[in-house]
Design a protein around this ligand. Structure first.
Ligand SMILES: [Zn+2]
Length: 421
């Protein structure tokens, strides 16, 4: 009998490539040495988890799949409305506002009837469901688990965000998903070290312990895969992060600053609406406010918190759409400052009404900083052999690589399949 090919993807949320060393993450270090280690892997922009999840699942940039951040602005009843894309009901509101969820098919849709997809995720519900928003496969999450057609599953995932939940989820993933159910694609998305780093310092003992926790989970998956496929031909194992992190050096209230400068009518006004995304912000303009856009851009360029402001056609150069109410993209200023634990990378962050995770001294992501844009990406099995690979690659290349391994078409994806040597 012909053996069926499979792919396993493990995501250590927020674990930057520079944070992996043999002392803290022995298993990941060994895995990178044993596999194809893509040292120039890049995130998408904004480098937030929900955008990353949609980009990994569709093999497309935000401009194509339409999920523009952890916070998004939708047009509801003719008004710009700011929403957290992490809430369980976000996808219904996105569908009501735009007529669809993601604008491109996910890997779960492409693999329906081709061996299927099972996702287990311990990050936000929004990021989990964006792996498969229209219910083609199975998604397990603490907020509710769903099978094909969106049917609620009785065997939910009763865990909490954090290391203990990640461990329990990994146990179940290795036993039930990898050994018993054996779907064509199995995705495990760990909440650490992201969850802890948002409330502690990069390189602190708390943060290092969570890297070690993620490392042990990846190792359990690696050992399971090795036991199932000792030759390494049939199962492609992708270990990666969605983005890295920067230390928050300063937090700004962009709404208040725009109101104070006269560009926005009030803190809750819908003329100019800011979608804060950690170390980035997207500015949406109602039709009556678009005449202000160029002046707002000039003003932003003069502010000491600004790294880069992008508008018009140039939005497509950073992967964003040019055809909607989005007017300006702001990446906050970053530098190479080193924190008290010797970890390099500092950014200004934007305060968000939906999150308390941008405190000064703690870690954040979302922008274009060197660290937050540098996830790790390591492939083993499926013909990938040991070696450093320095070509530029991106999160959107993972889905076409997985589909090529599985022998399923990846037409319409913006990413390209990574080639074994
Ligand atoms: Zn993330």
């Amino acid at each position: 009998m012909k053996r069926r090919r499979r792919a396993v993807v493990v995501v250590c949320d927020s674990l930057g490539a520079e944070q992996i060393d043999p002392a803290t993450a022995p298993c990941l270090s060994a895995l990178r040495a044993a596999g194809a280690d893509f040292s120039a892997a890049r995130s998408v922009f904004p480098s937030t988890t929900r955008t990353s999840s949609a980009s990994m699942a569709t093999g497309c940039l935000p401009m194509a799949h339409g999920l523009l951040g952890n916070t998004m602005v939708l047009i509801e009843n003719g008004q710009l409305v700011r929403l957290s894309a992490g809430k369980p009901d976000f996808l219904q509101r996105l569908q009501r506002a735009t007529g669809r969820t993601l604008r491109r098919p996910t890997w779960a849709e492409r693999l329906a009837g081709q061996g299927g997809t099972i996702v287990m995720s311990n990050v936000s519900p929004g990021a989990a469901y964006l792996q498969d928003p229209d219910g083609f496969g199975h998604v397990y999450h603490r907020s509710g688990s769903r099978g094909p057609g969106g049917q609620a599953l009785a065997d939910g995932l009763a865990i909490e965000v954090g290391a203990a939940g990640d461990r329990a989820m990994t146990d179940r993933f290795c036993g039930e998903v990898l050994r018993e159910r054996a779907p064509a694609l199995a995705v495990l998305w760990l909440s650490e070290p992201d969850h802890t780093a948002h409330h502690s310092a990069l390189g602190s003992s708390e943060h290092l312990a969570m890297i070690a926790s993620a490392d042990a989970c990846v190792d359990q998956v690696r050992r399971t895969v090795q036991a199932l496929d000792p030759g390494g031909d049939d199962i492609l194992l992708v270990a990666c992060s969605d983005h890295g992190m920067e230390t928050v050096g300063r937090q700004i209230d962009l709404d208040a600053l725009l109101v104070q400068a006269g560009w926005k009518e009030g803190p809750e006004s819908s003329d100019l609406v800011v979608a804060p995304n950690g170390n980035a912000a997207l500015l949406y303009f109602a039709p009556e406010a678009r005449s202000r856009m160029a002046a707002v851009q000039r003003w932003l360029q003069q502010q000491d918190f600004t790294g880069r402001v992008v508008s018009g056609e140039a939005l497509s150069e950073i992967g964003l759409p040019t055809d909607g109410p989005l007017g300006l993209a702001l990446a906050l200023r970053c530098d190479d400052a080193v924190n008290a634990h010797g970890v390099m990378g500092r950014s200004v962050a934007v305060r968000s009404p939906f999150s308390s995770s941008s405190a000064v001294g703690c870690a954040q992501h979302g922008g274009l900083g060197a660290r937050e844009q540098h996830p790790f990406l390591c492939l083993t099995g499926g013909g990938f052999r040991s070696g450093q690979r320095s070509e530029p690659v991106s999160l959107i290349d993972i889905a076409p690589t997985v589909l090529r391994h599985l022998g399923v078409a990846a037409d319409g994806m913006q990413g390209r399949p990574l080639e074994p040597p």
